[in-house]
Write a protein that binds this ligand. Structure first.
Ligand SMILES: [Zn+2]
Length: 278
């Protein structure tokens, strides 16, 4: 193993073994600024190169390539630059990074490092009505992501459906450990760059949504407990009184409603009479 010199406070904690689970970093809301932290805490990290480059072929269409080559003009010819887009992931986590360099391998390595710094946790679940297994094989709820003109919706799917998503999206789902998904895409989805960033954005927006997590109970000091109990009793009495009055009101309402229904039943005949006259 290569030895690392931690440059940040977080890095020092990880190196000292004070943080052993990457989830602790996310719950604390800390930002990872050193890519080796991700390598250390997620040893089964996998990576995929997103094929976002391409060159027009003879028979029409585009041949997808792993990197995008761009050229700028120089007085002595073209100067090329290679950019790469790499996704990394481990079940429950996904990262995406882009970088450019003069060479393929350098661009890919730099993109991979960038992806590690962009790693986010993914909320997994079984949000489909057709499946009640309750295991994390899909997303817990519908989520929408955007990048450029591409708008992608990820929808929970029941077990066994598989990944109903374009190839580059499939790579991301496999990295993230999601087995079943339905998707809906709008915009120029053939722009792979925006497409995968939209998928990433959808996962990120899922993290800002609160889903079925029980609220932590507030800590009550021992001295305050009896006072609270008294308050609760009075509150209960008040609540009971309110409930009684509420039932009275409801009863009145019901009576009113039945009256109205009777009126409604009586009305058609009257209206019919009017129509005949007209
Ligand atoms: Zn399920």
């Amino acid at each position: 193993m290569q030895e690392w010199k931690p440059k940040t406070e977080l890095g020092a904690k990880v190196n000292a073994g004070q943080i052993t689970d990457i989830a602790e970093i996310f719950t604390a809301g800390l930002k990872i600024r050193e890519s080796w932290i991700v390598d250390k805490l997620l040893p089964d990290l996998k990576s995929e190169i997103i094929f976002f480059g391409g060159s027009p072929g003879k028979g029409g269409g585009i041949t997808r390539t792993s990197t995008r080559r761009t050229a700028r003009m120089h007085r002595s010819g073209r100067r090329y630059r290679i950019s790469a887009l790499v996704a990394i992931g481990s079940p429950g986590y996904i990262g995406l990074g882009k970088s450019s360099a003069k060479e393929h391998s350098v661009a890919i390595n730099k993109a991979m490092e960038a992806a590690k710094l962009n790693i986010i946790p993914i909320k997994m679940g079984c949000g489909s009505w057709e499946c009640v297994c309750g295991k994390g094989h899909s997303v817990p709820a519908k989520t929408v992501g955007k990048s450029g003109s591409v708008v992608i919706s990820l929808l929970p799917a029941p077990r066994g459906i598989g990944l109903c998503i374009a190839d580059e999206g499939k790579k991301m789902m496999r990295l993230a450990g999601i087995q079943d998904i339905w998707t809906k895409t709008e915009g120029q989805s053939q722009t792979r760059y925006n497409y995968v960033w939209a998928v990433y954005d959808a996962f990120r927006s899922l993290n800002s949504v609160k889903i079925d997590f029980p609220e932590p109970k507030s800590i009550v000091k021992a001295e305050e407990v009896p006072k609270k109990a008294e308050k609760d009793e009075t509150a209960e009495l008040e609540a009971a009184e309110a409930a009684e009055s509420a039932t009275e009101v409801e009863a009145k309402e019901e009576a009113d409603q039945t009256k109205e229904k009777n009126k409604a039943i009586a009305r058609p005949e009257l209206e019919g009479g009017v129509e005949v006259e007209g």
